[in-house]
Design a protein around this ligand. Sequence first.
Ligand code: ATP
Length: 247
Amino acid sequence: MISPDIICDAVTKSFGATQAVSEFSATLKAGHTTALVGPSGCGKSTILRMIAGLETPERGEVLVGDEAPDAVARRGALAMSFQDPSLLPWRSVSANIALGAELARKPADQVDHLIDLVGLSGFADHRPAALSGGMRQRAAIARSLISKPEVLLLDEPFGAVDAITRRRLNVDLPPLWRARGTTVVLVTHSVEEALLLSDRVIVLSSRPASVVADIAVDAPGPRDSAFLDTPAVQDHARALYSALEGR
Ligand SMILES: Nc1ncnc2c1ncn2[C@@H]1O[C@H](COP(=O)(O)OP(=O)(O)OP(=O)(O)O)[C@@H](O)[C@H]1O
């Protein structure tokens, strides 16, 4: 699979009188995971939605490789997992996960593996109403992974997941998308999660979002909770908190 760079060129977006994003520019490298962190309401989801082709910039441009985002989505190469999992209530967990492949016109050949990976073994035949919010979110993550997308957009994907499971998913899921060479953009409120999952963390200002810090997280090898205790990563965490606090 050849994943594309994502290029945001001076992207600006307003909703009526509310300017959500101002002149946001960044090239998000192919096969890398980039985290966007910033204060609540600063415009992170709006940036992600423009990369997904769900919102159109009023000025500037988003390109995924050399294509417009909606073209990439139409050919089934882009998947997104939202804060709100939006599963189909009449479908089982496994059928909801398979839907990610059906919509992308790809084979649904990894449903059981993904159910295991997100810790939903034993719930494959359950309907979403029989799951907790965190379990529904995990099903949505599996649904976004099944089509093996070139571009994966994750908006607070673990927000409702309990702390222990979240920690496990933070360690278990990235090897899957890294092995596939997926270009991933992640929105998270957690500095620790951003450091565990990402090659690069972009800190955004309060609304309208613009870049206030841009930190590369170079770390070959596996990342687990011990990784967060290493001096280099603690330096990154301090720099990120300073940028978030505007110091
Ligand atoms: N469809 C919309 N219509 C009107 N205003 C919107 C719309 N989408 C976003 N906004 C506004 O744009 C601003 C940025 O919203 P956005 O959801 O991008 O922030 P965020 O950084 O993702 O927030 P959070 O971290 O709380 O999820 C907010 O003031 C929000 O109210």
